[in-house]
Design a protein around this ligand. Structure first.
Ligand code: DQA
Length: 143
């Protein structure tokens, strides 16, 4: 079992999980999801930090910090910034560790504007449509 340092980043509006369009995003809250990630990390002896921000620049600052603090995996659900943010793509391109992009919903089954992801150009793996299980599966990419 090797020590890993993981950063989980949740983008805009994901703080509303549980009450936001539950027919699409499910009934779990962000705390429910993060708690499951913290539990899984504890079992495996991994150091994990989960952060949510509604601000593009804060997500970028967190990615910058991960370049030098020993983070070897970023799991990111950029939410709506997936489809708009060259700046988040550029920040991830400046990070050398593994990147897994997660979406709760299957973005390819939804509106056309959700089909394109800037982040996918950098992601080592993409998981979409498996709900919150996607985040847990992203952690499995370490083992
Ligand atoms: C999302 C999909 C995005 O299109 C949307 O803007 C979100 C959440 C998902 O997890 O399914 O906010 O990233």
């Amino acid at each position: 079992m090797s020590a890993h340092r993981i950063l989980v980043l949740h983008g805009p509006n994901l703080n509303l999980l549980g009450s936001r369009q539950p027919e699409i995003y499910g009934h779990e809250t962000l705390d429910d999801i993060n708690n499951r990630l913290y539990e899984k990390a504890a079992i495996n002896g991994w150091d994990i930090t989960c952060r949510q921000s509604n601000h593009e620049g804060e997500l970028i600052d967190a990615i910058h910090a991960a370049r030098t603090d020993g983070t070897d995996l970023i799991v990111i659900n950029p939410a709506a910034y997936t489809h708009t943010s060259v700046a988040i793509l550029d920040a991830l391109n400046a990070y050398e560790g593994r990147v897994i992009e997660v979406h709760l919903s299957n973005i390819h089954k939804r509106e056309t504007f959700r089909h394109h992801s800037y982040v996918s150009r950098r992601a080592d793996g993409v998981i979409a449509g498996l709900g919150s299980r996607g985040y847990l599966l992203a952690l499995d990419s370490l083992s």
